[in-house]
Design a protein around this ligand. Structure first.
Ligand code: LLP
Length: 434
């Protein structure tokens, strides 16, 4: 559920009319609903309340400082995958003592940054990395708290590019090598074994894969608790969200109308399936949701530049492009696209909704039906709060979009649209060309 809905045919985020945001700050602009993020955080926490749980928000989904500050204020820790993300959280004034640092390629500088800031644990992905962490910790005179990321080899039944828990993915250590990996950890002087971690993939819409993976890891976690006194098990992130009927899914009525067998994954179903499996372990449980917390809380506002009528197709050309939101081009993902001003008296239009970037893959939607729209009118691309701005690029020398946060009737620019001067600031013409 979320807080994007039409009021008098004008799309609102909470109590803010989105057309006003688009007029004031221009487009393309991301808009985030603070209340939606807070609601999702509270719902997930509530769904897991039978456990000693810590929610570590997967920063990669959206690392805007305002989003990080909001989640920190709600009590979240963070799951980081780079020094840049750690520095963003620090810049946002977030408390990172409950946070974890993952990723397959941690540099010495990143490990140092994590250890100096009292990170709860580093999630180790390989033996050479373990040796490096031990080395850096030794230089700092500390013991590095770690958990090994175990690859449980389950099929998350999601898009190939976002599945991570198969034995042929680059992530983690195979479960059958886990005992040897922990044995190796125990021999390093500057390493403190604190937990065990797994993550099987993203946008998972059924409980099955989670249950399967947890069932595989629980016996190992129990063994590690007995042998090394570990404190926690991290079950990763991956909770899927609704993309297809994104707008409708903002209301409870929509959820109530879904037949039980077809109801998308809810945090309540996730909690109910996993709590009985995890409770007997008596360990702290970490979850690392990214998309679930912020995905439906964000929309990308764009302006229609042209309606181009082709020989066999219509093209609705927006001022937003694949560089602003790459998910459709990269994962063939579906995002619902709706006008900011709804007019049910207009004729329907079937069109490919595209951006101005010079690639055929710069397409947000194929053969999509919506009301006829023309130059200067605005649309919202929904469910764009996760892996939207955080994956944006400057391809075609485009500027990174603006970001706005809404709460109740208030809205503020939380990231100004990039300026051309800032982009070329570090560039120079070499002396041999002058
Ligand atoms: N924990 C770990 C170790 C991860 O690798 C990830 C995501 C998460 C947590 C958070 O997963 P989530 O709860 O957001 O599903 N760019 C892709 C998604 C990539 C996910 C990578 N890892 C997309 O736009 O669909």
């Amino acid at each position: 559920m979320h807080h994007f809905r039409y009021t008098a045919d004008s799309l609102h985020c909470e109590n803010v009319e989105l057309a006003a945001v688009a007029q004031l700050y221009g487009t393309p602009t991301y808009v985030y609903s603070a209340t939606t993020i807070a609601d999702h955080y509270a719902r997930l926490k509530q769904s897991l309340d039978g456990l000693d749980v810590e929610i570590c928000y997967a920063t990669k989904a959206n690392s805007n400082l305002a989003v990080l500050r909001l989640l920190s204020g709600l009590g979240a820790g963070f799951d980081f995958v780079s020094g840049g993300e750690i520095r963003r959280a620090l810049a946002a004034g977030a408390d990172i003592q409950k946070s974890v640092f993952a990723g397959v390629g941690k540099t010495e500088a990143e490990i140092k940054l994590a250890l100096e800031n009292g990170m709860y644990a580093l999630h180790v992905e390989s033996e050479p990395e373990l040796a490096r962490i031990n080395h850096v910790a030794g230089k700092l005179g500390v013991k590095a708290p770690i958990a090994v990321r175990i690859n449980p080899d389950v099929d998350a039944q999601t898009h190939a590019k976002v599945t991570t828990g198969r034995s042929d993915n680059k992530f983690g250590i195979p479960i059958k090598h886990a005992a040897a990996a922990y044995e190796a950890c125990s021999k390093f002087k500057n390493i403190r074994i604190r937990g065990v971690q797994m993550h099987i993939g993203s946008q998972i819409t059924e409980t099955g894969p989670f249950v399967d993976a947890v069932q595989r890891i629980v016996p190992l976690a129990a063994e590690l608790k007995a042998k090394y006194g570990i404190e926690y098990l991290s079950i990763g992130g991956g909770l899927g969200i609704v993309y297809r009927e994104a707008l409708a899914s903002g209301s409870q009525a929509w959820w109530d109308a879904q037949p039980a067998a077809k109801r998308p994954l809810t945090p309540e179903a996730y909690g109910a399936a996993l709590t009985p499996l995890l409770q007997p372990l008596g360990l702290k449980i970490l979850v690392e949701p990214g998309r679930f917390l912020v995905g439906n809380a964000g929309a990308l506002l764009a302006r229609v530049e042209y309606l181009k009528r082709g020989l066999t197709k219509n093209f609705l050309i927006l001022d937003a492009a694949m560089n602003d939101l790459v998910r459709p081009a990269m994962y063939e993902s579906y995002h619902e696209i709706v006008p900011l001003q709804r007019d049910t008296t207009r004729r329907a239009l079937v069109a490919d909704i595209v951006g101005p970037v010079c690639e055929s893959s710069d397409c947000f939607a194929k053969d999509r039906q919506l009301q006829e729209l023309g130059e200067g009118e605005f649309v919202a691309i929904l469910s764009a709060g996760a892996y939207g701005f955080s994956m944006a690029s400057r391809y075609n020398a485009r500027l990174l979009p603006a970001e706005v946060m809404v709460r109740g009737g208030a809205f503020e620019l939380v990231n100004a649209r990039e300026s051309f001067e800032r982009v070329i600031e570090g560039e120079k013409i070499p002396t041999f060309l002058v």
